[in-house]
Design a protein around this ligand. Structure first.
Ligand code: CA
Length: 239
């Protein structure tokens, strides 16, 4: 089945260019020219959303925040609001990637495909090796359902990008992981000085909180990247 991209965009010319580029990559497009229309289109279960921040009836950031309470569909922000701070805020509140307008359509299609691969990996359809649940501190990562479970046994919302990164950390505890390595975990080309990895890491840090000894789970290694500093054990998921 061809993946479906929901393009949330109020500029008809941009919609036209996006749909042509995505169609050429065998991705079907559905459209929403407002926040209201986006909520209606969510019933079509899109595989990815390309989100313009400037919509007639909503602020894109608020919309994204509301969306994240209901769905973890991958979101690529495509916006003229492309200052570093906007990118960071966008990722912090749950976008998976950010592309400034106007962008090269080949780049946009590549990013969308990367998000689709990540989401597919998360859904467990890519033939990953089967393995048990992994426990670290108060948390359990369940590779079968691809969710993070808290100490009360409740699933915690985590975006596809943050999930992919956390999974990469849990795979290699106490090992220095470079930003290049972590970019590969995101199935994304590494771009030097791109802060996306750092923003996702701070998101994961905030989500996990502290270990029982008061230290964080992820340490920054100057000019080397990051290291996950908690023991990881296989478990059967029962507390
Ligand atoms: Ca707009």
């Amino acid at each position: 089945m061809r993946p479906i991209a929901l393009v949330v965009e109020d500029d008809p010319a941009t919609c036209h260019v996006l749909s042509a580029a995505l169609a050429a990559a065998e991705i079907d497009c559905i459209f929403a020219n407002s926040a209201l229309a986006m909520w209606r289109q969510m019933s079509e279960n899109p595989d990815v959303i390309v989100l313009d921040l400037g919509l007639p009836d909503a602020d894109g950031f608020e919309l994204l925040q509301q969306l994240r309470q209901k769905s973890d569909v991958p979101v690529l922000i495509h916006s003229t609001r492309s200052a570093e701070i906007e990118r960071i805020v966008g990722i912090e509140i749950g976008a998976d990637d950010f592309l400034a307008k106007p962008c090269n359509m080949r780049e946009l299609v590549a990013r969308v495909k990367s998000l689709l691969r990540r989401a597919k990996g998360r859904a467990g359809q890519n033939g990953d090796r089967p393995c048990g649940m992994r426990r670290f501190g108060d948390w359990v990562l369940d590779p079968a359902s691809r969710v993070l479970i808290d100490k009360n046994g409740l699933p915690v919302t985590i975006g596809v990008s943050a999930y992919a990164l956390l999974n990469a950390f849990v795979d290699k505890p106490f090992q220095a992981l470079s930003r290049e390595h972590l970019s590969r975990a995101l199935k994304r080309e590494y771009i030097a000085y791109d802060r996306i990895i750092d923003v996702h890491v701070s998101q994961i840090r905030r989500l996990l909180g502290q270990q029982s000894d008061g230290s964080g789970y992820i340490k920054t290694l100057r000019s080397q990247g990051y290291v996950f500093t908690a023991a990881v054990e296989l478990c059967d998921g029962n507390a």
